[in-house]
Write a protein that binds this ligand. Structure first.
Ligand SMILES: NC(=O)c1ccc[n+]([C@@H]2O[C@H](COP(=O)([O-])OP(=O)(O)OC[C@H]3O[C@@H](n4cnc5c(N)ncnc54)[C@H](O)[C@@H]3O)[C@@H](O)[C@H]2O)c1
Length: 434
């Protein structure tokens, strides 16, 4: 199938590469010329496990190419995906300007009947609006299918290749059938394509993200109560997770959820309710999360008696979660901003997100080449991302390097008793009073 992918970010690039991998002819388009130039040279603009190989192989075998010319890509395509960004507007709703701009570009380039697929996360009714925009600009027939994406950064290629489910929402049977055949190679473990109407498809993506965000805020609120009452949230979490109705996933306490999806998607869902339908549950989920992002900073301030000026704090981890370089809405941002504001000196290490941090903070913070380099002489270390390499460090070396043996663990990576035994002052989340 000839495919045009409008938007070559985390979703567009993974989707386009995976479709090329299964034998389709894919052109990935972006308005960002630097990104397209990098990709043409075989360089991937962000870190995602397995993606570089996929891109290099499919480019070499001429199934995948990159362009800044959407019109040309649309003209040669049977299926056009819209995978552009839908960031948050200041009032909380989704900014659809990139989606509508892409729809207008498609309308202008139409040279025959096409299937247009909304892959971006968009509020209910957007597929219908995209169809209207395209139809207003062309005589050629267009079918619009809503196909929300559920991949996770860090395991995006794996998620796309072996999806839990593929949702196709639309009203035109022929185009749904075509898309079903496009996804067929990814269904080898059994068919998990759900055909539905476009409005339900659009809602399903928000609802799925909202329940994940709710679980995280729930466990974080429980962690705070555990701290107040002297219970251990890690024990509570394990006990809860063994109940099949609850399950073990997404109930890890920490310093709040971030990333480009959960925060903006729950706010977009609240905005969808508008004045007519208040959504107190999701409002609370957002509020709990914002409070949680400040928790580690509170502990740091308390420990140092609000005297952070001139102190050196080392940070392990900057990305919003492990296995990605994405810092969008990362809890690390709240921590760094707070520390800098208090006059502290910040030294950070992240296995992949250093480049992103440099874009945001320049030389306002210092960067190390490994996790031990940044702790040398520091007054404390703060663990902000659950990267595997932080899970069992050389504690003796860590203690020797630190100016004071203080660890603020925002991801509960270590055992409090073991840390105390080794002479650390150890703070974590929801494990007894601290
Ligand atoms: N990142 C994720 O993990 C994830 C997962 C599921 C769904 N989503 C959703 O997918 C969508 C894309 O997310 P992302 O993380 O890939 O965003 P991103 O910001 O990484 O990429 C979007 C790309 O679209 C490009 N773009 C903007 N307007 C364009 C236009 N008119 N024509 C061509 N390109 C254009 C931008 O330059 C950018 O490179 C969002 O709606 C997001 O909510 C993201």
């Amino acid at each position: 199938m000839n495919i045009a992918m409008l938007g070559t970010g985390y979703v567009g690039l993974v989707t386009g590469s995976c479709f090329a991998e299964t034998g389709n002819d894919v052109v990935c388009v972006d308005i960002d010329e630097t990104k397209i130039e990098q990709l043409r040279q075989g360089r991937v603009p962000f870190y995602e496990v397995g993606l570089e190989d996929l891109i290099q192989r499919n480019t070499r075998e001429s199934r995948l190419s990159f362009s800044t010319d959407p019109a040309e890509a649309v003209r040669r395509a049977e299926v056009v995906f819209i995978a552009v960004g839908t960031p948050q507007v200041s009032a909380g709703g989704a900014d659809l300007s990139q989606v509508f701009a892409a729809a207008e570009t498609i309308a202008r380039a139409m040279n025959g009947g096409k299937i247009v697929v909304t892959k971006s996360t968009v509020p209910v009714g957007t597929a219908a609006r995209v169809k209207e925009i395209i139809e207003a600009g062309t005589e050629h027939p267009v079918a619009v299918v809503s196909n929300p994406e559920f991949l996770k950064e860090g395991t995006a290629v794996e998620d796309f290749m072996k999806p839990d489910r593929v949702v196709l929402g639309g009203e035109d049977a022929g185009s749904l059938e075509r898309l079903q055949s496009l996804y067929e190679p990814f269904m080898r473990r059994g068919n998990r394509v759900i055909l539905t109407d476009s409005r339900s498809a659009e809602m399903s993506k928000y609802a799925a993200n909202a329940i994940l965000a709710t679980k995280i805020s729930f466990i974080n609120e429980t962690a705070r109560l555990c701290e107040k009452e002297g219970a251990d949230v890690e024990q509570v979490r394990r006990i809860m997770g063994l109940d099949h109705r609850i399950g073990p996933h997404f109930i890890y306490p920490g310093i709040g959820f971030g990333g480009s999806c959960l925060p903006k998607d729950i706010r977009a869902m609240i905005a969808m309710g508008g004045d007519e339908l208040e959504m107190p549950l999701l409002q609370a989920v957002d509020r709990v999360n914002e409070t949680q992002k400040g928790l580690l900073l509170e502990k740091v301030e308390r420990h140092f008696g609000n005297a952070l000026a001139g102190r050196t704090l080392a940070l392990w981890g900057l990305s919003f979660k492990a296995r990605t370089d994405d810092m969008r809405e990362s809890p690390a941002i709240r921590v760094i901003d707070g520390l800098l504001q208090a006059g502290a000196r910040v030294r950070a290490f992240d296995p992949e997100a250093g480049k992103e941090a440099r874009k945001r903070y320049g030389d306002r913070i210092e960067y190390g080449d490994n996790n031990y380099e940044v702790v040398a002489g520091a007054d404390a270390v703060l663990i902000l991302t659950e990267w595997n390499e932080f899970r069992s460090p050389d504690f003796a070396r860590l203690k020797e390097l630190l100016h004071q043996p203080v660890v603020f663990d925002g991801r509960n990576l270590y055992e409090p008793a073991v840390m105390r035994q080794q002479g650390f002052i150890y703070y974590s989340i929801g494990r007894g009073r601290g």
